[in-house]
Structures are given as C-alpha cells and as structure tokens.
Design a protein around this ligand. Structure first.
Ligand code: NDP
Length: 487
C-alpha cells in the first residue's frame, strides 16, 4: 500500500481509499497555522466497511501461530526503523513538537512497543495445572486465552504514534484485528503505519484506519461488529464512549486525563530535582497525560525551587519544530490555546502570582499563525482553585507550599484524578512510603516518565479504567476460557 500526503486517506481492508469527493477537514501545522494536507473523513458507510474488513481478517489472523504474529510485529519495528526519518517528519508536521523530542521519544517508543509486545506475547504461556477440587475430585484444570475480536482503538493527538502503537502492538500480538481512529488533528503516522504493517506481512484488513472527529469515533464505538474498545483521551470523552458501548456491554480500557502532583521535600539537591521536575511540567508543551500540573514544595526550599523552576522555564527555546535548537513547541491548535488561556485568566482572577509566562509569545511573522504559548508558573493558588483542580494540558503548573509529609499526602490526593505522581526526596524510605500512599496508577521517585513496558500503565478515578502494559495488555486483549476435566 502507498499513502500520499495531499489527502490523508483512510485504510480499509489493505487498501487506501480515495476520497472521491468525500468530506475533508484541514490538517493544520500547529507551529505556523498553515494547512498542510486534507484529511478524508470516514462516513458511516466507510466505518462499516472497515469493521467488516477487520471481522473477515480476524478468521486468519487469530489462527496465525503466536510465533508468526510476533515475527510480523518485529518486522514492523524494523520497517519503522528503516523509515525513521519519514515517521519523525510526519509526527513533527502534525503535532508541532520539536524534532528532537519526536526523534528521542515518540518514534523510538513506537518501535519499542512492537518489540516489547512481540517478546511479551511469546513468553506468555497458557496455564495448565492439576488440582484437587473441594469435593475431593481430581481434575486437569486449564485456561486458554483467545483474542477479544475486532478492537476499536481511539487515540488522541499529543503522542499520536506512541499511543497508537502502545495499543495496536498488543492487540495484534494477541490475534485481534483493529480499526483505529486517530485524532483528526494528527492523522499522518497512523497511515504510515498501515504501509509498514502491510510491508511486514500483516494480512489485509487486520489493521484499518478511519479518520474523522468525535462523530467518526462514536460511529465506530457504537458499531455492532466491535468486540472491545481501547481509548486514550479526555475523561469527558471517555464518559461518552462508555455510554455508547454500555448497551452492548463490551469491555473497555480507558487511559484518561490527569492532574498530576509532584512533591518536593526539603532534603533534595534543588538543581538536580528541578531538572527532573522541569521535564515533568514542560515536556511536549505540557501535553502529556503524565505531566505535572501541581507542584507541592516543602516550605523551607519553596523559594529556591520556585526560582530554579522559573529559570528553567525561561531557558526553554520556542522555535520552528524542525530547527535542531528548538526545545519547546506550540500547543496542538489555537482552539486548545483558547482553553489554556482561559485557565490563565481564571488563575489570575483567583489571585495567582505569575512567576513566569502567562501569555502568548511574539515569535515573529513566520510563526505568528501558530498556537504558541508561554511556559507558565503560578504561586498563590490552593487546591480549591479550578486551575489547581482541572486538567489544563499545557506548559503550566501551580506551586503550593507544605509543611509536613502527612499534610502533603492529603493535598496530593485531594483530586478527582489518579494517574501519576512524582516524589522528589533523598530519603528513600520516605519516598517509598509516600509513593505507596498516592492514589495513582503510577508513582515515580526522583524521576518522571521512566517506563518499563512490562509494567501496568493507567489510572484510577477520572483517570481511567483498567491497565495496559505487559500482562495487563494480554489480559485486556484476550478473553479466557477455563476448561476443567475430571480425572
Ligand atoms: P479527546 O477526548 O478530545 O479525544 C480523544 C480521541 O477521541 C480523539 O481521536 C477524538 O477525535 C475521539 N473522540 C472525540 N469524541 C468522541 C466520541 N464521542 N466517541 C469516540 N471518540 C471520540 O482528547 P484529546 O484528543 O483532546 O487528548 C487530550 C486528552 O487525552 C487529555 O485529557 C489527556 O490527559 C488525555 N490523555 C491521556 C493519556 C493516558 O494514558 N491516560 C495519554 C495521553 C492523553 P477528534 O480529536 O478527532 O475529535
């Protein structure tokens, strides 16, 4: 298959579909505001064709031996490596993220996702054991895990390829077929992946792409031919997807929003801790679900931490994403910037002191149409303020002082979300104690976003349902059948 960029096309049953007068939306470069391509929006009929193709392909792919499925995944990883520059360029053009970030994080993680799940699925054995049942009978008791079926994969725009492959790799590894809907804002790498998977030997129809906005997503998740839904996105959309799926009682895996806390104790080396903390606030212009938006700092190092973090924010270099010296990009769209700026206004009305940032930078005429925003830090807010309670999804954090360990555990857990936390301390016993007390799916000590792909990923509360990663992915993407034979 080949996919040309003028129209970003849907991929159905192993073919790219020509738009043929169909509806399109603009694909906009977030750094400049220029239109770089048109995205062909999949209508109901096309979604139906994609689900049908995935259903037909399921018969072959689910019966393909695990070893061969793992080989396809490894070949896909190799093909992404061979076409590395193309994937990086497409991801940067769609998202506006600095090229260094796409090269160091997004595309390498996509490759790692395929390799990791090839290994994980190969290592997973079926369980079989002899057992004494309660009534004194002996039995051979075992469980087989079978593919879930046709999986709808819906992903957002912030880490398009990384999050897509995080779901597609295990889904395919387990013998499922997929229909994916990328964000309409970042459709390109999902299409490149269709080429790569076809080159790697995946049967036609096992990986399908349908483009469009939320209504395409709703058509897909509501389709009768879908056996499960894996979704990454905002909590509000997650709730809508749940409603759509509820009437047919299909399994869902939800990786949703966050309002993540960092806790900085006074025993840290301030420069060292702030280097990590700064990454956790500003990476990808704060548009990572794991990013820190609440920073609780022990009172006697509060001023030092605030000053050092503000220095880091000032040192970030906005610029053209393809410029090697750029270290921070724009937000994904001007619409999203409107939302972030509304929170800036809310914070100031609530009495925030703006340590740094707070507005829109002037980067000259070339970038004037982009969705640029200043990295921003506030003091003077508390947990009652909306800017400290609601997910903003931008390069922004509120710094709040605390006195004791007990107090800060209460403050950090005082949220409807429960995705991630980071704890910065040189007292490892305290680090473990506090990490375990956090109501989150993931806690880091003296680091952030360091991930072993065999570990469970996900959150609690408004941050999601279920976990993916390692064995958790194998569980979500398969259904167990227990067989018990009396001996
Ligand atoms: P959205 O929830 O707006 O969108 C996510 C995806 O769902 C997009 O592809 C979107 O399409 C689609 N969609 C929208 N409405 C529906 C619907 N009714 N039915 C089915 N699909 C629909 O999130 P964003 O794209 O704005 O992404 C940012 C959010 O994602 C943040 O809240 C962030 O925290 C979260 N996120 C969570 C992660 C995690 O692992 N926990 C990781 C990364 C991000 P379209 O955009 O084309 O309208």
């Amino acid at each position: 298959m080949t996919g040309k960029q003028e129209w970003i096309r849907n991929a159905v049953g192993g073919q790219f579909v020509d738009p043929d007068g169909g509806r399109g939306v603009d694909n906009v470069d977030p750094a400049t505001g220029r239109v770089i391509a048109r995205v062909h929006v999949a209508d109901e009929h096309l979604v139906d064709r994609a689900v049908g193709a995935a259903n037909r392909s399921l018969h072959t792919w689910s019966r393909t031996p695990v070893r061969e499925r793992a080989d396809v995944l490894r070949r896909a990883a190799r093909r992404i490596e061979e076409r590395f520059a193309e994937f990086v360029a497409a991801e940067v053009a769609d998202t506006g993220k600095p090229i260094r970030l796409a090269r160091e994080l997004d595309v390498p993680r996509a490759i790692a996702n395929f390799r990791a799940f090839a290994d994980i699925v190969s290592a997973a054995g079926e369980q079989a054991f002899f057992t004494d049942l309660p009534l004194g009978r002996q039995a051979l008791n075992y469980t087989v895990r079978k593919p879930l079926g046709v999986v709808a994969v819906i992903v957002p725009w912030n880490l398009p390829l990384l999050l897509l492959t995080w779901k597609v790799a295990p889904a395919l590894a387990c013998g499922n077929t997929v229909v994916v809907k990328p964000s309409e804002l970042t459709p390109s790498t999902a299409v490149l992946l269709a080429e790569v998977l076809s080159e790697a030997g995946l049967p036609a129809g096992a990986y399908n792409v349908v483009h469009g906005d939320g209504s395409t997503g709703a058509t897909l998740t509501g389709h009768r031919g879908i056996d499960g839904v894996t979704f990454t996105g905002s909590s509000a959309t997650g709730s809508k997807v749940m409603t759509t799926v509820a009437s047919r009682v299909r399994p869902v895996s939800f990786e949703l929003g966050g309002k993540n806390a960092a806790i900085v104790f006074d025993d840290v080396d301030v420069e060292e801790a702030v280097a990590g903390l700064s990454r956790s606030v500003f990476t990808n212009t704060g548009q990572v679900c794991l990013c820190t938006e609440r920073v609780y700092v022990q009172r006697n190092v509060f001023d030092d931490v605030a000053a050092a973090l503000a220095d880091r924010a000032r040192a970030l270099r906005p610029g053209h994403p393809f410029d090697e010296t750029t270290t921070t990009g724009p937000l994904i769209s001007r619409e999203h910037r409107r939302k972030v700026l509304d929170y800036f206004a809310l914070a100031e009305t609530a009495g925030a002191t703006v340590l740094v940032g707070g507005g829109v930078p002037d980067l000259g005429p070339e970038l004037a149409g982009g969705a640029w925003i200043e990295p921003t830090l506030w003091t003077g807010l508390n947990n009652a303020d909306r800017a400290v309670r609601e997910e903003i999804f931008g390069p922004v954090a509120a710094l709040v002082p605390f006195d004791s360990e007990r107090e800060v555990i209460g403050l950090a857990n005082d949220t409807d979300y429960g995705l991630a936390a980071s704890i910065w301390t040189n007292d490892l016993r305290r680090g473990h104690r506090v990490a375990q007390a956090m109501h989150v799916g993931m806690a880091w000590i003296n680091t952030w976003f360091l991930r072993d792909l065999r570990s469970p990923f996900g959150g609690m509360g408004l941050s999601g349902i279920g976990r993916e990663g390692g064995a958790a992915s194998l569980h979500f993407y398969t259904e167990p059948t227990n067989v018990c034979v009396q001996l």
